[in-house]
Design a protein around this ligand. Structure first.
Ligand code: KG4
Ligand code: ZN
Length: 339
């Protein structure tokens, strides 16, 4: 297959609350990227309910595969491989994608490629940035993970730092909840922050001595929640936009400071950001300003490729395939799969 001019991969993503199916050619050309978001279903509970997520994936995955093929004007016979995110994520949710991918790969007699979800998020940067090739530094900020990673080659990573408690997206969602906002709170806080004063309240920024690239957001989250409760107890009305802006500034200050420090210490000229929080307008702006000042080129995916999607899985799978990283039919779902 390697000599083929075009390698077409059918990719599945079911690790959390988005069912997604994509058809990707040669890693960077997305022919179809269907996403069925379950957010409206989980909103009433204020977060993702794992059992509901798994059941919805089961209901939606087959029709979504049909839709993706239809949109691409292709049939199963055009697929050269089947890829699936098999971790990290919710085990029951992951299993839906894994079982479907195994059945398809077996039935079509094509290779099966298990992809690490985080590898997918990082690879999302390749889709629209044709000039981006490793090595580069990548900040991964999603609902479940926060990593500062050196991308040495396709699929070859060195983790420089990670969160010691809450992920960046998790902090956004928890603060949003305390402010009475809907799930997921990240995009709402991002919107409110645009109209607020980011200097209104000084929330803590955590910098660790033992590893300057590690993160911690739980203290910040608690500080915001305490601030809201204190004002509430005194019967004071607070300006939600100012709190959103001040919280967001505290998050992006540390994300950008640590990324720039890692870039400078490692003489890096290219930085990428990935994951749901990478679509944050404030983060993109500050990262771009600081990168420009240092002559570093910044890359990020369009918002649709930042949050969970199967195109990123198809992209990562292509580079796995080129390196003969193929799975067998014993492939399993791993909720804590490491990069
Ligand atoms: O990458 P993702 O879709 O799922 C995981 O792998 O976790 O990320 C979802 C997270 C949620 O926490 C959501 O609130 C956050 O990304 N998010 C944002 C924005 N858009 C999504 N956070 C801040 N600003 C945004 N614009
Ligand atoms: Zn994700």
């Amino acid at each position: 297959m390697k000599g083929k001019e075009k390698i077409t991969i059918l990719a599945l993503e079911t690790s959390c609350d988005e069912t997604s199916v994509a058809i990707v050619q040669n890693g960077r050309c997305v022919i179809s990227n269907k996403i069925a978001s379950q957010i409206p279903l989980h909103k009433v509970y204020g977060g993702v309910v794992p059992e509901i997520a798994s059941r919805k994936h089961v209901e939606v995955i087959n029709p979504l595969i049909d839709e993706a093929l239809k949109e691409a004007n292709m049939g199963f016979e055009d697929m050269d491989a089947v890829a699936v995110a098999h971790g990290p994520g919710l085990v029951g949710a992951l299993l839906v994608g894994v079982s479907t991918a195994k059945a398809l790969a077996y039935g079509l007699s094509v290779p099966l490629i298990g992809v690490n979800h985080i590898d997918g998020h990082i690879s999302a940067n390749y889709i629209e940035n044709r000039d981006l090739v490793p090595p580069f530094l990548c900040l991964v900020v999603s609902g479940g993970h926060t990593y500062l990673i050196m991308v040495k080659d396709y699929g070859k990573y060195k983790i420089l730092g990670e969160t010691r408690d809450d992920a960046a997206g998790e902090a956004y969602d928890k603060v949003a909840r305390a402010l009475g906002l809907e799930y997921p709170g990240g995009p709402i806080i991002d919107r409110l922050a645009k109209e607020g004063d980011s200097t209104a309240v000084h929330f803590p920024r955590v910098y660790m001595d033992d590893n300057p690239y590690d993160f911690s957001f739980s203290g910040l989250k608690t500080a915001v929640i305490n601030h809201i409760h204190n004002l509430g107890q005194k019967g004071e009305v607070y300006n939600i936009k100012d709190i959103a802006a001040s919280f967001q500034q505290a998050v992006i200050d540390v994300l950008v400071d640590k990324t720039m420090l890692a870039a400078q210490n490692n003489s890096i000229s290219k930085i990428a950001i990935a994951g749901g929080v990478a679509s944050n307008a404030g983060l993109r702006r500050l990262m771009k300003d600081r990168a420009d000042a240092l002559g570093i080129k910044l890359y990020y995916p369009s918002p649709i490729f930042c949050t969970d999607n199967a195109a990123m899985v198809g992209c990562a799978a292509y580079y796995n395939l080129l390196k003969d990283k193929i799975s067998d039919l014993k492939l399993n779902a791993y909720p804590n799969l490491e990069l």
